[in-house]
Ligand binder design. Structure first.
Ligand SMILES: Nc1ncnc2c1ncn2[C@@H]1O[C@H](COP(=O)(O)OP(=O)(O)OP(=O)(O)O)[C@@H](O)[C@H]1O
Length: 271
């Protein structure tokens, strides 16, 4: 083969590996005979290991998009990609962890046995799954609470258990739907900090839904701003702040400038 026939490698080889992607994703619902467009032409590429938040008004399709990635909802058209494969494959291969606003713990199971549940379903040995669960509980700051029942924990502690459970299968992708939305501001900021530490340590791809602009800015590499009717992406804002994030950064002018940009996009819907 002569030099002149050597071609450059295809783009797929040189572009960063895909953590999450939506390619031309549409999702409609029929409500009382009328079509409701929950997501219109959503295009999004999130690299492996990136932390991306979604913010937008109620009904703009944030949860719909997350549910599509979680394989809880099919698309009407378009292609969702999770860790390089389909949502279904990613779920079956246990590459996905999901955390919702409500911890959804089993009330009769101890904290340890709640965290170990996905591993139990996978058929992991009792000793193995309890060891993993205990390590994860330590990581989320709940060492010593293994034998407690969920009702004996505060809301913030219950969400920590839910995060530990989502991490139990060592997922490559973590989908979080307003996980701290029901918590008070102090607890929320503490959990933001802990989540940052977990992310730095395990480096999963994270998609995080929030209604809080400071939370989105503090946690993320990028913030996806959405608008409603039809649900669509308005702009993806880069958060050009150094890592690791520290609480003092919340008071920096750069932080406030990014917050102001997002607030403007939310107010105008990008117009
Ligand atoms: N299963 C469903 N059947 C009919 N309509 C639905 C269904 N799920 C969502 N929708 C509609 O799709 C739109 C987007 O809903 P979605 O829950 O994704 O919004 P959201 O941005 O997450 O809102 P919020 O911030 O209030 O949680 C809304 O108008 C909602 O009513």
């Amino acid at each position: 083969m002569s030099q002149s026939t050597v071609t450059t490698p295809p783009a797929a080889v040189v572009s960063p590996p895909v953590g999450l992607a939506a390619r031309g994703v549409n999702r409609a619902f029929t409500v009382k005979g009328k079509e409701l467009v929950a997501l219109q032409d959503v295009d999004l590429e999130i690299a492996k290991g990136e932390f991306v938040s979604i913010i937008g008004p109620s009904g703009c399709g944030k949860s719909t998009l997350l549910r599509i990635f979680a394989d809880l909802l099919p698309v009407t058209s378009g292609t969702p990609v999770v860790d390089g494969v389909t949502p279904q494959l990613a779920r079956e291969d246990r590459r996905l962890g999901v955390v919702f606003q409500s911890a959804n713990l089993m009330p009769w199971r101890s904290v340890l046995r709640n965290v170990a549940l996905p591993l139990e379903v996978m058929g992991r040995s009792k000793a193995g799954r309890e060891k993993t669960a205990a390590e994860l509980l330590k990581m989320v700051g709940l060492e010593g609470y293994e034998k407690h029942l969920p009702r004996q924990l505060s809301g913030g502690m219950q969400q920590r258990v839910a995060i530990a459970r989502a991490l139990s299968t060592d997922p490559k992708v973590l989908l979080m739907d307003e996980p701290f939305g029901a918590l008070d501001e102090i607890t929320r900021e503490r959990l933001n900090q802990e989540l940052m530490e977990i992310w730095a340590r395990l480096n999963p791809t994270v998609l995080f839904i929030t209604h809080s602009i400071p939370e989105a800015v503090y946690l993320s590499n990028r913030v996806v701003v959405m608008a409603a009717r039809p649900g669509r992406v308005v702009e993806v804002v880069d958060v050009d702040l150094p890592q690791p994030r520290t609480p003092e950064m919340r008071d920096a002018p750069e932080f406030h400038a990014i917050e102001a940009r997002i607030r403007h996009l939310l107010a105008t819907g990008g117009h």
